[in-house]
Design a protein around this ligand. Structure first.
Ligand code: NDP
Length: 453
């Protein structure tokens, strides 16, 4: 690590104590960008990276609401408006009890680079709450979403900041949030993405992150003359990203043998085909149940409960060719990375944000496998959110084929940006450097053009 990066990280840690995920995300990007700053002293002189690290605005607010039993509840709401150099702030909302300032700052920071890579005009942001939607009635969810939007509405807008979904925020929550925004502002605009199809949403938006992550893996494989056909794939999570990752892998001839939630994971050696996926979608999206219920119907599948005493995740310890972490941050540690390599995995495409620890990333890079980091591999979701914004501005919906083709082209472009940037800066095959540098340059140039603001 160069002295410049060491000093920068020390400063970030001192200024942002108790935010380990944010430190981790900054460290990874700074290591990649160091070589760019050496070759382009103008960026260092203008302190571009230092400015990107400091959010343009951090909003925290109280969310008080009364549940269906009449009890008063208090949660904390956040919106991090990280960078608006190339477009309005754009990034999801996460509702999960683990949400805190550091996690949202890491997500917002990653989002800046990811959005830049999509080639669409979107800045970076992220937000959410420590509210836990798990097991809550629709009425409770609606009341919370309305209370959350009663403050957020004054900070967002179609040309200012356009939130979307993330963990715990899907179509249902976006609906309640949009309804409340519309009521408060008395206007129907594209202020959120991931909307319902008959009120401004885009076809393929629900599928986009999962499909995009698989398109990215297919591009990495194609660069070696290979395909996903008959590849055995490990997928984690069982939410939005994981579900459509499974669907696209199936369409491209691969076989998915695992899925998980925070209680445990299932292993189905025969593969989770479309019929089984439909069952999972019913468990997760309609009945809002647990992944364990899969084995009620498919008895030969094996369920393994999560064991906090283990220092590795057994999901990553099965024979496979590809891995698609699609649950949450830091779900692959150093030991998991080693297990994956030992079991034959040569492709990792990250549907989740920062699912691999710094130690795990190093192991993948040293082994020179095809490792697609989240900010490149999962950019398909925000890319189609960008396409949803375009359709809202035009007041014209595009067909499924049109959106899917554009998504595929965007993932192809992101892949070639990563390859070209990794080559240009002397680390061929390193998609981490490629993604970080590719994302950085566009934002950095825009910031220089716009002066010190
Ligand atoms: P969902 O809420 O739909 O699903 C999340 C899944 O991950 C659930 O199966 C959940 O299990 C599991 N999970 C969440 N937190 C944990 C945890 N701490 N430990 C173990 N399992 C956990 O979210 P998404 O599918 O939308 O998001 C998944 C990942 O993809 C996140 O990292 C998100 O940031 C990223 N992402 C999402 C995009 C999108 O368009 N939705 C875009 C780009 C990235 P349980 O139900 O038990 O909590």
């Amino acid at each position: 690590m160069s002295n410049y990066v060491k000093d920068l990280i020390a400063d970030v840690k001192a200024k942002n104590p108790a935010q380990p995920e944010f430190h981790q995300a900054v460290e990874e990007v700074a290591e990649s960008i160091a070589i760019v700053l050496d070759r382009h002293p103008e960026y260092r002189a203008a302190k571009v990276l230092e400015r990107i690290i400091e959010p343009e605005r951090v909003i925290t607010f109280r969310v008080s609401w009364v549940d269906d039993q009449g009890e008063v509840n208090i949660n904390r709401g956040y919106r991090i408006e990280m960078n608006s150099a190339i477009g309005p702030y754009k990034g999801g909302l996460r509702f999960h009890p683990s949400v805190n300032l550091g996690i949202l700052k890491f997500l917002a920071f990653e989002q800046v680079f990811k959005n830049s890579l999509t080639t669409l005009p979107m800045g970076g942001g992220k937000g959410g709450s420590d509210f836990d939607p798990k097991g809550k009635s629709d009425l409770k969810i609606m009341r919370f979403c309305q209370a959350f939007m009663s403050e957020l509405f004054r900070h967002i807008g179609p040309n200012t900041d356009v939130p979307a979904g993330d963990i715990g925020v899907g179509g249902r929550e976006i609906g309640y949030l949009f309804g409340q925004y519309k009521k408060l502002r008395n206007e129907f605009t594209g202020v959120l993405t991931g909307k319902g199809l008959n009120w401004g949403g885009s076809l393929i938006r629900p599928e986009a992150t999962g499909y995009g992550s698989v398109y990215f893996a297919a591009e990495m494989l194609a660069s070696k003359g290979k395909t996903l056909d008959r590849k055995i794939c490990l997928v984690s999570g069982s939410g939005n990203v994981a579900q459509y990752t499974v669907e696209k892998i199936n369409q491209l001839g691969g076989r998915v043998v695992t899925l998980s939630d925070s209680n445990g994971y299932i292993y189905d050696e025969e593969g989770i085909n479309q019929e089984k996926l439909a069952f999972i979608m019913d468990i997760k999206n309609v009945r809002r149940g647990r992944i364990k219920e899969y084995t009620d119907k498919y008895k030969y599948a094996v369920y393994t409960p999560f064991d906090s005493k283990l220092d590795y995740n057994p999901l990553w310890n099965h024979k496979a060719d590809c891995a698609f972490p699609s649950a949450t941050q830091n779900e692959i540690n150093g030991k998991d990375a080693q297990n994956l390599l030992r079991n034959g995995v040569t492709v990792v495409s990250e549907g989740a944000n920062m699912p691999t620890t710094i130690e795990g990333v190093k192991i993948f890079l040293d082994a020179k496998i095809l490792y697609g980091p989240g900010k490149a591999a999962n950019a398909g979701g925000v890319a189609v959110s960008g396409l949803e914004m375009t359709q809202n501005s035009m007041r014209l919906p595009w067909s499924r084929e049109e959106v899917d083709n554009r998504l595929r082209m965007i993932m192809k472009d992101i892949h070639s940006t990563c390859v070209q940037m990794a080559d240009r800066f002397g680390t061929p095959g390193n998609y981490v450097n490629g993604a970080n540098i590719g994302g950085f340059l566009k934002v950095a140039d825009a910031m220089i053009d716009q002066g010190v603001v």
